[in-house]
Design a protein around this ligand. Structure first.
Ligand code: SF4
Ligand code: SF4
Length: 379
């Protein structure tokens, strides 16, 4: 396992991190619970192979991930050498988010769950510029976070991020953060420049979704025909692409089996892709993007649709199918849209979305094509 300095935080961490959001589960009655024995095996195998960075979240695995990580670590002789991050999560339950002291209550509860006196890293979970401030106005969570740091309950403050790259830079410029966890992979490189910025400012940079939520577990069109790639599999290529960005320190993977841990550790141990491989893949994906005659940027300005069509997602899946050759993934995901009543066939051509689209896409017409494609391939 390779290790790297995590920005200016002083920690040396493994280039592969264990995301605790996909620990193996079992069904008891109607509910899923963590399969404690198998999850412990996964965590212990990861530690054995040198992983020393574990990312947890309050809601992960039906709120059991933190407990299971704590219990697995208690049985591990070198547990003090493992960095565990926790996150203050926005819950949508009742009016709790309206209450002052929300972060403090969650932090204390998580310290108890993870059996710790303090967190090395405590993150605002899944924030964007606007909601970070909105929630602060209601709960005072920024002040509470800073106070927790003053009291030594939190050593370093971070954020995990779902917003535009410009807003990632604005958040970094707030000056209180030492770690960012964000999306990045070779299919979605939107955060590429913001990651450079985070790195320059000395933040630790941790990547979630290096395999694009499973999309890159198969080779996209074009990439599968490339000769002389040093990666032997699609997931390996995706992981090694992520760590070949000079600003990235850790690629997180939500691993559910011991085999996955072993495969991913082996992949990461081959190191970053070469500059040339990185350039080739980037160029190929840019070429794929140009081939997309349906150029939806995913900006969401057309939403909400009064008839519940998830317009950007329907277009995205169409492009995955037609342009990137990710057929299987696109079909599975499109079925999810159908299940939720958000698929393209729900469009009644009311035209409300038309003037909102900066790309001037004839949305109802394109949705017809999307619906036709998926009804054809599903038969
Ligand atoms: S035209 Fe179709 S997609 Fe657009 S708002 Fe109306 S129903 Fe929704
Ligand atoms: S407004 Fe246009 S470009 Fe933006 S998500 Fe909707 S369809 Fe795509």
């Amino acid at each position: 396992m390779d290790y790297v300095q995590l920005g200016n935080t002083g920690y040396r961490v493994s280039r592969l991190g264990l995301g605790a959001m996909r620990l193996p589960m079992i069904e008891i009655g109607d509910t899923s619970y963590v399969d404690i024995e198998r999850a412990t095996e996964v965590i212990h195998r990861a530690l054995e192979l040198g992983i020393n960075y574990i990312d947890t979240g309050f809601l992960y695995c039906n709120e059991e991930a933190e407990l299971v990580v704590a219990s697995a670590l208690e049985q591990w002789p070198e547990r003090d050498k493992v960095v565990v991050t926790a996150k203050c999560t926005k819950l949508r339950l009742g009016n709790d988010m309206e209450q002052k002291g929300y972060l403090r209550r969650m932090l204390e509860h998580q310290l108890w769950k993870l059996r710790r006196d303090y967190f090395d890293f405590y993150l605002f979970h899944g924030i964007g510029w606007d909601n970070w401030h909105d929630i602060d106005r209601r709960t005072g969570w920024i002040k509470d976070m800073l106070q927790a740091k003053d009291e030594g309950l939190v050593k370093h403050i971070g954020f995990s991020f779902h917003d535009t790259p410009e807003n990632m830079i604005r958040l970094i410029d707030e000056g209180i953060f030492e770690l960012v966890t964000c999306q990045y992979n070779y299919l979605d490189r939107a955060n590429e420049e913001a990651i450079h910025y985070a790195h320059e400012k000395g933040l630790g940079v941790v990547i979630m979704g290096p395999v694009g939520g499973g999309r890159l577990s198969v080779f996209p069109k074009g990439i599968r025909d490339l000769k002389n790639l040093s990666a032997s599999g699609a997931a390996e290529l995706a992981l090694r692409f992520v760590i070949s960005h000079p600003g990235v320190h850790v690629a997180l993977s939500g691993m559910s089996t011991v085999e996955m841990v072993e495969e991913n550790c082996q992949a990461i141990s081959k190191g970053p892709l070469s500059e040339e491989e990185r350039r080739t893949i980037t160029a190929m994906m840019e070429q794929n993007k140009k081939l997309a005659d349906l150029y939806c940027t995913g900006c969401q300005y057309c939403m909400p649709c009064p008839n519940n069509v998830n317009i950007p997602r329907a277009f995205e899946l169409y492009n995955y199918y037609k342009v990137y050759g990710l057929e299987e993934y696109a079909i599975t995901q499109y079925k999810e849209l159908i299940k939720r009543g958000n698929d393209a066939s729900q469009c009644v051509e009311c035209g409300v979305c038309l003037e909102r689209c900066p790309q001037h896409i004839d949305i109802p017409r394109q949705l017809k094509e999307v619906a036709a494609l998926f009804s054809q391939v599903e038969e």
